[in-house]
Design a protein around this ligand. Structure first.
Ligand SMILES: C[S@@+](CC[C@H](N)C(=O)[O-])C[C@H]1O[C@@H](n2cnc3c(N)ncnc32)[C@H](O)[C@@H]1O
Length: 205
């Protein structure tokens, strides 16, 4: 587990407008799922809660998991300052720690490419969904490796092939698996490098 980079980045994480805009696009896209106040949800790789806190008002309860204590501390501060009562931050690694609670919704934003054994994590997500529960996964489409600069450690995938992810999740028992491009990030002096971000959704049969 590599948490150093994210621990250091946590305090200033929300200062990058690009990140805040992307998180808003992701939460807006996830909110098109039939969310409801009786849902017990899990966000994996929650960071400072940019996506999760936007969705929490539409949910019954949200467990926000991350491996970076720095990120979770920033999230905890927001929860306290905003008097939020239905969000619980939790430090946990689903590929290492015991975690068996089932959820009505699992979502994961811009985190899968930081997970070496991403296929195994997707199988864990499928396992932790209740019957009928929804999965929503936002990440980079396949890129040439230029998205992250060299100071960022723990990048294990240069985006993903959406069809491969869909096939794996379908084999794991999800149905109606579909994906769409919800945002295009740009980088470079003339903003000419483009990095599409997809949202893949499905639910457990
Ligand atoms: C690019 S950030 C995205 C944060 C947040 N989802 C957002 O959109 O702002 C990736 C997050 O994944 C977390 N992370 C990295 N490896 C992880 C792991 N193995 N398990 C859980 N979280 C992890 C990092 O600490 C970080 O908060």
């Amino acid at each position: 587990m590599t948490t150093g980079h994210f621990d250091k980045a946590a305090t200033d994480w929300d200062k990058k407008q690009r990140r805040v805009q992307l998180a808003a696009k992701i939460s807006t896209a996830i909110a098109r799922l039939p969310l409801s106040a009786d849902m017990d949800a899990l966000e994996y790789g929650c960071g400072t809660g940019l996506v999760g806190l936007a969705l929490a008002p539409a949910l019954g309860h949200l467990t926000c998991i991350d491996t970076s204590q720095g990120m979770l501390d920033v999230l905890q501060e927001k929860i306290r300052d905003q008097g939020i009562s239905n969000v619980r931050p939790l430090r946990c690694d689903l590929l290492i720690d015991d975690y068996s609670k089932r959820h009505d919704l699992i979502f994961c934003a811009m985190t899968l490419h930081h997970i070496q054994e991403s296929d195994t994590l997707l199988l864990r997500f499928a396992e932790l969904l209740k019957q009928g529960g929804y999965l929503a996964l936002a990440d980079l489409a396949q890129e040439d490796g230029s998205f992250h600069d060299s100071s960022v450690t723990g990048v294990h995938h240069h985006g993903f092939d959406r069809e491969q992810l869909a096939a794996l999740l379908t084999a794991a028992g999800l149905i109606d698996v579909k994906s769409e491009i919800i945002h295009i990030m740009t980088k470079g002096e003339e903003e000419d490098r483009k990095y599409p971000v997809f949202l893949l959704t499905g639910h457990k049969a």
